[in-house]
Design a protein around this ligand. Structure first.
Ligand code: FES
Length: 106
C-alpha cells in the first residue's frame, strides 16, 4: 500500500492508503474524497482529475505524457507541477506522496 495525502484547495488534508496499480485519481474516488471529479473515468479525456504534485515528489512521479499535456490545455490554472491524476500510477515508491487539488475542476 502507498499512503497518499490529498489536500483540498481549502487546506483540508486526507491521507489514505492506495493499492499499487491504481491511479492517484482512483485512490481519491474510491475513498470518496472531494476535489477530483474524474468525469471520463480515467481515460485521459476530461482533465477534471487535475492535481498539483508536491515539488518534493515531482521527480518520483515522473513526466506528463503527450496526451496528458494536450488535455491539460483544458484545465484552469495549470502550473509546472500540474498532472492529471488518472495518469499517475501508484507504486510502492510513491508511499508518502502529497498532491493538492485545484480550486475547481471545471
Ligand atoms: S479522469 Fe478524465 S482525464 Fe483523468
Amino acid at each position: 500500500m502507498a499512503r497518499i495525502t490529498y489536500i483540498e484547495f481549502n487546506g483540508t488534508a486526507h491521507t489514505v492508503d492506495v493499492k499499487p496499480g491504481n491511479s492517484v485519481m482512483e485512490g481519491a474516488i474510491k475513498n470518496n474524497l472531494p476535489g477530483i471529479d474524474a468525469d471520463c473515468g480515467g481515460a485521459c479525456a476530461c482533465a477534471t482529475c487535475h492535481v498539483y504534485v508536491d515539488p518534493a515528489w515531482q521527480e518520483a512521479v515522473g513526466e506528463r505524457t503527450d496526451m496528458e499535456e494536450s488535455m491539460l490545455d483544458f484545465a484552469e490554472n495549470v502550473e509546472p507541477n500540474s498532472r492529471l491524476s488518472c495518469q499517475i500510477k501508484v507504486t510502492d515508491a510513491l508511499d508518502g506522496l502529497v498532491v493538492r487539488m485545484p480550486e475547481s475542476q471545471h
